[in-house]
Each structure stands twice: as structure tokens, then as C-alpha cells.
Design a protein. Sequence first.
Length: 165
Amino acid sequence: MNQPLWTKSFTLLVIANLFVFMGFQMLIPTIPPYIQSLGASGFEIGLATSLFSIGAVIIRPFIGYFLEYKERRALVIIGAVGLLLFTVVYPISQLVFIFLFIRLLHGIGWGWSTTVNGTAAVDIVPNQRLGEGMGYFGLSATIGMIIAPSLGIFLFQLLSLYQQY
């Protein structure tokens, strides 16, 4: 007997994963011009990407430990809230140093969230439908990566235009 794949938990996790990847991909083309508008040098613009990646790599072993001993649902929620907070704080950081620090924290949130979400998806999907379920879960990331860069550029240009008036 086939167990249902599209449960409430799985559906919400797929949607959350879509938005996690959209939030990340929207920032890729918009971070460099934004930090440059704050007066960042070329080195500091590159550092914004590097710090994000460093944060993501550093947190993953710790998240692996947490996943063994903590409730997954709480870890998923903490990751999602963290990503939202760090993303919302970018526009109010007007100093390059603070922006770079937030970028490091955002990388930690990204590493946390992507690791926890993938593990939670494996737990939720019935074993008989693991390939299918993880395919849909991965597709949510791919769709986010397809849509978000153009949407990010559009919103960045729209807000830049709006701020001129």
C-alpha cells in the first residue's frame, strides 16, 4: 500500500525550501551593488560572498550534532526565522563592517537551514517513496534558483527607482 507523500508536513517543508532558496538567490545579484552603494571596496564586496560561505561551512558540523539530539521541527523553525531576520536586517545596516558581520551570520543561518531542511525531508518522506519525495524536495530548490535572481534584480531596480523620488 502506497503511503501518502504530500502530507501537510512535507508540503510545508517543500514550500519553505522554495522560499529559502529564493531568498538566497535573490540576494546573489543584488548584494554587490548594494554593498558598493555603502562605499565598500572591491575586496569588501568579495568578502561579502566569502563570509557567507565560511559561515555556512562552519555551522554544518554543529548542526549535524544537533540533528542527532534535538527535535527536528524546532531546528527547522529556528533556521527559517534566522534566515528571515538576517535578510530583513540587510537594508538597515549602513556600515560596511556591520553588513559583513550580518553576512557571516546569514551564512550560518543558510548552512543551518539547508542542512536541517534536507534531513527533515528524509525523515518525513515514506521510505518506499524516498526517491520521488527527495526529487520533489530538490525541485523546490531548483525552481527557487530559476525564479529568484530575476525577481531580485527587478525588486532592486524598482526600489532603487522608488528611492530616487
